[in-house]
Design a protein around this ligand. Structure first.
Ligand SMILES: [Zn+2]
Length: 166
């Protein structure tokens, strides 16, 4: 994906208030991120372990999501599969909950998904990050197909959240 700036990321949040988007923690090393290998940029808030964020481009539009990991500890010993990139980790997958965009979110509606705790799915898919023995299923898919599947899974997740203003 194309490199993003802090301003672009903050402006792209669809499921939190403008004030939250302004205050939340955006990585300081954006310039050094491996953008060529990313389908989305995901990060955890170092000050708030139950918060995670994700930014991606969907149909030419930048979309950023605020996520919560309500049960960060209870999943740490379980072996589970990321619903985006299909990587299996022991303790490396968290339930992440996103408030829905707009009115539905204000009314408390949310969508959950099991996602790699470090949100490094694009790097696991490409084999640039190792999730340990047995992390990947034996699949006949090509790398390109796996990448497309991850992007498609993310698009489904984002569609469930609903986009404000279009
Ligand atoms: Zn993943």
């Amino acid at each position: 994906m194309n490199p993003l700036t802090e301003q672009e990321i903050r402006a792209a949040f669809v499921n939190c208030t403008k004030g939250e988007a302004k205050r939340l923690s955006v990585p300081r090393d954006l310039a050094e991120r491996p953008w060529d290998d990313l389908d989305f940029l995901g990060w955890r808030d170092p000050q708030a372990p139950d918060r995670a964020y994700l930014a991606t481009e969907l149909d030419g539009r930048l979309v950023a999501l605020a996520l919560r990991c309500p049960s960060a500890t209870s999943w740490q010993t379980l072996r589970s599969m990321c619903s985006l990139c299909m990587t299996t980790h022991t303790g490396g997958v968290s339930l992440m909950v996103a408030a829905k965009a707009g009115k539905a979110g204000q009314q408390g509606n949310s969508v959950g998904a099991y996602i790699c705790s470090d949100l490094a799915c694009p790097l696991y898919v490409r084999g640039k990050k190792d999730a340990g023995v047995g992390a990947r299923l034996h699949e006949s898919l090509t790398l390109e197909e796996k990448i497309q599947r991850t992007v498609a899974n993310l698009a489904v997740f984002i569609a469930k959240i609903g986009l404000r203003g279009g």
